[in-house]
Design a protein. Structure first.
Length: 303
């Protein structure tokens, strides 16, 4: 996900169902700002809309999209509605019309909300002040209702308690299903091995192998009714693959190579022993068993 970097992963867009099943994954190489100009990213989301609207028939449950603010826009909501699908879209203040997004915040207090309708897409825009310090949540939806419901909240700071308070139904709906991509990403990184970057091909191959293993774990749980953890699934998978692997054991253990590491001896100095240099130096490499200045030692080790 853009804005959530990991040293051994890359930015990607993925559709994850409520059962953690991935439908497809796209590497868009998006260079746009994180939350700037969501209308410019419309083509990225239209690929998903076109894909999913073909999967349900006229008598089947249409798909419901829960989309982050960096991609949400009124044209996207229009495309979702025209495709016979539903959506709950988180919206940033950069979304057009920005005048409306700013106006929706006026006069709100913590826990209260305003809403305005958008008939062309059968949708409503709702702005909720979630915290007293002026933090807001903007949601555009043609699926969830705006009625008031009772929500259960948990106070994180000490003393942590659980309490009930009135909330908008669309906010409860969005909080319930919005984190499936984050949950899938967390599960992917749980057993991801960190390492040095070798090449783009190697990085994408490693990512694909972990993503495919996680997808296989999800399919295994759904098809067998099992509840084994991802770790146990990976261990069993390795044991089965070992049957087909031909492992060649070395005749004798490989010895650890000595590390060349120049050290400085302030109590002794002499001429550099790497010709033609004859400069005075105090550096010594114990593995090379030679004295040398840093440039000569670097050339010797790299050569």
């Amino acid at each position: 996900m853009p804005g959530k970097p990991h040293p051994n992963c890359m930015q990607y867009i993925v559709s994850v169902g409520e059962d953690h099943w991935v439908s497809h994954l796209i590497w868009s190489k998006d260079n746009h700002p994180k939350y700037g100009f969501p209308e410019a990213k419309l083509d990225q989301m239209l690929l998903f809309v076109e894909f999913f609207k073909k999967l349900h028939g006229p008598m089947e449950q249409p798909h419901i999209f829960y989309i982050d603010a960096r991609w949400s826009s009124i044209p996207l909501m229009q495309a979702i509605d025209d495709g016979g699908c539903y959506g709950v879209l988180s919206c940033s203040v950069k979304m057009r019309p920005q005048t409306l997004m700013t106006w929706m915040r006026r006069g709100l207090t913590k826990g209260n909300w305003w809403s305005v309708g958008y008939p062309p897409a059968h949708a409503n825009l709702i702005t909720i002040q979630t915290k007293a310090k002026g933090q807001y949540l903007n949601l555009l939806t043609n699926w969830a209702t705006l009625k008031q419901v009772t929500a259960r909240k948990r106070k994180r700071s000490f003393p942590a308690i659980t309490y009930l308070l009135p909330a908008s139904s669309v906010q409860v709906e969005y909080n319930k299903f919005k984190c499936k991509v984050d949950e899938w990403n967390k599960a992917l990184l749980e057993y991801y091995r960190r390492g040095y970057f070798v090449s783009e091909e190697v990085t994408y191959t490693q990512f694909f192998m972990h993503a495919w293993t996680l997808q296989s774990h999800t399919y295994y749980l759904a098809s067998t009714g099992s509840t084994i953890s991802q770790l146990e699934f990976r261990k069993r998978l390795i044991q089965e693959l070992l049957v087909f692997a031909k492992l060649e054991q070395p005749e004798q253990p490989l010895g650890q190579k000595q590390i060349h590491w120049p050290t400085k001896n302030f109590q002794s100095s002499g001429k550099c022993q790497f010709p033609p240099c004859r400069n005075n130096c105090t550096f010594w490499c114990a593995v090379c068993n030679r004295r040398g200045c840093l440039p000569c030692l670097e050339r010797a080790h790299l050569g």
